[in-house]
Structures are given as C-alpha cells and as structure tokens.
Design a protein around this ligand. Sequence first.
Ligand code: GLC
Length: 718
Amino acid sequence: MKETELKKLLDSMTLEEKLCQMTQCEPLKADEEKSLGVNPDIKTKGLTEKQYYSVGSMIVYVPKAADLRRVQKEHLKRDPHKIPLLFMSDVLHGKETVFPIPLAMGCSFNTELLKECYEVSAEECAASGVHTVFAPAIDLSRDARWGRSMESFGEDPCLSSRMAGAAVTGFQGNGDTIDENHVSCCAKHYLGYGAVTGGRDYNCAEISDNELYNYYLPSFKAAVENNVSMIMTSFNTLNGVPMTVNEHANRQILRGDLGFDGVLISDYNSLGECENHGISSSSEKLAELGIKATLDIEMMNTLILNNGEKSVKGGAVDEEYIDSAVLRILRLKNKLGLFEDPFKGLSEEKEESFFNNLKSREKSREIAEQSAVLLKNSGVLPLKSFEKIWLCGPLSVSEEVGGEWAFSMQKPYNVSLFEGISNIIGKENIILSKTDKIYRIEDIDSKEKEDIPYPESADEFENCKTCIIAVGEHMGDTGEASSKTNIRLTKNQAELVKKVKQSGKKTVVIVFSGRPLDISDIEPYSDALIYAWYLGCESGNALARLIFGLSNPSGKLAMSLPRCVGQCPIYYNHLNTGRPYNKTNRFSCGYTDCENEPLFSFGFGLSYTEFRYEDISVNKNEIKIKVKNTGDFDGFETIQLYVSLKDTSVSQPVKALKDFKKIFLKSGEEKEITFKINKDMFSFYKNKVKTLEKCSAVLFLRAQSGEFIKISDFEVCL
Ligand code: GLC
C-alpha cells in the first residue's frame, strides 16, 4: 500500500478505532470465540466485542499456524476497515529449533553465525503466522544477580552492539520490506534494565548520562541503525521516571538523537504499573503520559483505549499524537506486506517441516559448540573416545538444558549431556550415577540436604580414570523474575565435585547456567571446566563433541564470572580510579576480603590448540596481524582489539573492546587479518555528545591466556 493510501485509511478511522490499533491483547481460544458468538456481550480481555475485533495486535505465546489463521480470518471479517492483525511472540533464542541462550551466543563472538540462527527462527516464526518477535534483548548486563542476564549479550557495549545488529538483520532481512521468510523484531528492554539496583528485577535504575550514553545506549543505537522495527520499553524507572512514560528518553533520545521512527511498545502492562511507581492513580493521566512519551502500542491493558478519547476531547492530548502512533503501526503492517496478503508466509505444511528439522538442529549445534567456554584444562581434554567414563551430577541426564524463554517450541526435545555422550562412545561406556533431577530454588532446603547419590563402587568404576560432573542452576531459576542473592552452586554439588576429585579421578566439570555463577569452590577441584550456559536443543551433542575433541572450544566469556556475589556488578571495562587496586596497599580501591579481579574475565576462553600473533604492524589507518595456529587442532580464534585512552577530560575505562574478528585456522595454518583504525575507536560520549579529544591511546590484543598484549601507543589527533 502506498503512504498516501495509509494516510487515507487513517483518516477514515474513528478515534476509538485508532485507539484499538494501539491496544494489544491475547487472542480468544476457539471455544471462547464460539461462546462469544452466542453471548456477544462477553467482555473479552477487558474489551467490548467491537473493540476486540478492532485491536491492532495480539500477543501469542505458543503460535500455531492454524490458530493464527483462524484468528486473522475472523478478525478481517469483523474489522470494519479490514486492517490485518499483527501477531507478536516471545522467540528469544529459537522457536521450533531452540538455540543457546543469547548470553551463550554472545560468547561465540560469531555475529554471522548468530544472524544465520535468527534467520532460521524467522522462517519458523513466519510459517506459524508470527509477524513480530519480542527479541533481541539487548540490555547491557553486568550483574549476575539479575536473572535476565541470560537474555542479554553480556557486559560489553561493542559486543552487544554487533550482536544486536546481527540479530535484527537475521530476523528482518536487509531490505525496507520484510519478506515471507522474515519477521519484524522488537529490541528490548529500553532502557537501562540491566542496571536495576541490587540486580533485583523490576527495580529502579539510576544511571548517569556518562554511563547511559557510553554503555547502555550503544546496543539500541546499533539496532536502530539496522532498521529495527520495534522497541519495547522496560519495567524500570530510569533516574526516577518509569521508562514507559519517559518522554525524555523516548522522544528526545530514542526518536530524536537515535532517529528511531518505528513502533514503541510497552512491556506487559508496564503502563498500568506506573500507578505502582507512584506516577498517578488516574488511568486517564497515565494514558496521557504514555501517549506523550510516544508509546504506540499498550501491551495487555486498555488505559489508552479507555481514556484516549477523553484525553483528546479534554485537550490534554493532541489527536496528532494518536495519528502518528497509528501511522507507525500501519507502516509496520505495510512493511510486512499484510495489506496485500494478511496470511503472507503463514503455512501449516512449512510449520510442520520445522518440527525437529535436522538441518536447523545442525545450526543450533554449530553455534552451541562455539558458545560453550573452556575455562580450564589441565591436560585432560579432549577425552579419548574409547575410554570408559563416569558421568554424574544433577544435570547429567536432564533435558532441561535448552534455556528459558523457549516455550514456543511445540515438541520440547533437548539432547541431554548423557544422550550426547552416548551418541559418541555408546551407553555401555558410561557409568552413570543414579542422579536425581536438579531442584528449583524454592526447594533450596531439599537441595541443600539432598545428597546427590554417589555411585556404588564397582569394578568398572575403579577402572575409569575420568569423571564428567554436570552441575549448575535449574533452568527455571533463570530469566525473568529470577534475581538471586546467592549465585553459588548448592553445597551438595560443590561437595560432589570435591569428593570425586579426592577419589583420584580426573574431573571434567560442566556448568549449566543462565548467568555467571560463583564457581570459586569447585574450580580448584576441576581438572577441566566448561561453562555450558544453556545451549539449546543440541546441548548434549555439542558438549559431547567438545569433550571428545570432535570440535574445538572457541567461546569467550561475554560476561565476567565473579569470585563471589559481593563483587557484583563486576565488569572488565571499569575506570582506573585515583587509587587503583594494590594488594600491598590497603588504602587502594579494593576489598579487604577479596581481590578485585573476577574469577574469569570477559573475553577469556581457551582452546585445544595454540594461536600465535606475529608480524603486528600499526599505521594511522590500520593494524595488520598474522595469526598462526601452532597447535595440533584445527579451530576458531577470536582476535580482540582493545583501546585504553589517557589524557582525556573524562575518565575512561582501563580497557575497552573496539573490534573483534573470528577466524578459522587449520593446524599449522596462518592468516593475516586487518583492523581498520577509525576515529570512532577513540571517541566517547561526553555530556551526551560523541566526542573526540586529542589524547594518547594504547592498543592491545588479547592473548589466549587472557593477558593483554600491548601492540602500540597511538597519539590521537583531531
Ligand atoms: C514480559 C517480558 C518481556 C516479554 C513480554 C511479553 O514481562 O518483560 O521481555 O517480551 O513480557 O511476554
């Protein structure tokens, strides 16, 4: 439809119909719909029947093509203007094919592969009739207490921004329109949600402009630069103002500074919750504030629908605000081609073909192998596939390893670690301890008392040299509303690792989690340590291939692992302070009972092979590096370029990631890579303005050991 036709359609709508477009509810189930016909006055979802058949969009938790076809058909029959519905769904890391959690995929440092994964998700969603996914979640996340860290791409603005751009392109494709194999996506949660005080979900966030512009905003800037169609406001207040009614953050920063002209949607009743925030007990006032903050769609409440007319008629809100909002919604529907074909992309048979699709599962396994992080390996891994192993721990047989926010898959089937290892060495070569399922946090008592059974000693047990121990947190204890003050493993899991080590076995510890856990009490008893996060539907196969050397670990931490919860929030790109930590000087910026550095830092991850950086040359335009695989294994290496600035008017982080490249090298192979040097690498936001100052810079690479290798001093001139 042409823009002129969209405007004509808008002009033909009543104010109530426009307000319906700004309202999102859940669809009626088939039987509810039937009863609606019988009892037309049934209030559905707080709407009249007429309003229900005029809403602009619906949120669908487990989208099925046949259901969405039914709902769309009925809607088009009843909507006076035949405006197609938008169906939106939470598909954060996969629909039918579940990929690793985003925090794990961030550790892959492979933006191209992430894009390919989201292309798979987009096709699966489109076939089921979904038009918009509530993803990617691009909140910068530094606090392991916050359960939603799992949804983010971690603590660094450069990595988060690159991942955000890749995710948006994977979901939406590249063009101005969105074809039948792609969906529009909704970057979330704008803004500062990862900085909630105390790591407590839904809490307030107090963020200075310096932090906001240099750390929390860049990923949203990247999403907007990649034409993200929609952005979701977050539950938190930002410096005292709830984001859903934050006119400054939404109108001045997002739409003004960043130039976002897409659809702004609230989070689940986050407009209504502004009453709890103490903004107003008047629904009319909240509706007015939401509209003025350029909110376009209200998710799961009807404040705007029920009060918008009064606000306009009473002069509190200019109808122009409503028209702009509705036009943005109509433009999105137009970008999706829904006016020409409201069922575009929807296909029951295609949907069926995605159930347990082997090619898609292969893609999930590929990124899973690149997302797990090898943190320690004292010559244990890879194991020989002919040796018998002992497998124990509460997550050894669990299929609950796909990761939270994956409820849209209709055939829950994740490969457990036990199954994955069996696929390589055969069940007969595994001594499996009787292992009970891991309990959720509310069972903490039983979990603490619960002794994870230890295998009865048997001959073959005595003979096997190596024990793989699968520990971690329950998947259900991560994600939304999952903040924790205790991020340690349960005592019985820590004791199990210690006991196995003291039995003389080699210990290969696999940690499943949705956040950085405090693993300081098991690290000393781990001969090898793989941080597995939750790796999606192919978890077990990916981990088994890494353990037995059919694949070479290449993940690098996207979020630092703290030594203890007392260090949270912790991140590598901190300021130097006036008294940098000095172990020998109490009067320095540190703790009396713990060192400052995390147990494992952002950007760290080992491989089975060694990579050497040689012939490093730097001129004012570029850096060239020869990278050689000097070990016996083929593998991926992520070359990370960091910058440290000095002599600046605003204190800068001790180091900041500015670029990275992931390359594959066969054993003995060498490649030259080039990083372009540009002003952006030395710029920073000062008083909300991107600033370049004459200053001195130092360029670093990151060695495999985690050490920073200084490669050049660099005078930054204007
Ligand atoms: C939830 C989440 C948001 C999600 C939305 C719809 O509360 O905060 O991430 O997309 O509601 O389920």
